[in-house]
Design a protein around this ligand. Sequence first.
Ligand SMILES: [Zn+2]
Length: 177
Amino acid sequence: MVRRSRVHGNGCFARRFIPKGTRLIEYLGERMSHKEADRRYADEDDSNNHTFLFIADRRTVIDATVGGNEARWINHSCDGNCESEIEKSRVFIDARRDIEKGEELGYDYQIGRDKSDPANVDQIYACRCGSPKCRGSMLWPPKRKRKAAAKKRAPARKSAPRTARKGKGKGKTRARA
Ligand SMILES: [Zn+2]
């Protein structure tokens, strides 16, 4: 399932057709507190965007660097064919639509923003997923620089994607110095 991706380093690709709704894999790794995760990566350079951390809930972060499985190689996509689902603070990756054999898997990392982010954080976490809906960044929520445009577009969208509505406190995270 894992091989080099055109998007970013390694990636995961469907070996066969996968119907919508299929639970693909659990995001595994060492479970720890947010504090411990921060401590572990405190020395990390701000510009390092390779992170295997995932927020399972308010108390728990999963670090796939230790005991992680193939789930850690699934790349971010702004409009991916997968989505992350959290159930009882376990993280699963599900197919959010039918996936053809050979397609690269991707889901929205929704990396949270933080007051201590460097000014160029959107560049560090730049997205080149190639989707027409690409927001250019793995961070969530999108940077609000064109409020009016966003407002105008909103009514056209019947419902926000399931993953987007959950908001803060889920999704991938990263180390902060
Ligand atoms: Zn994108």
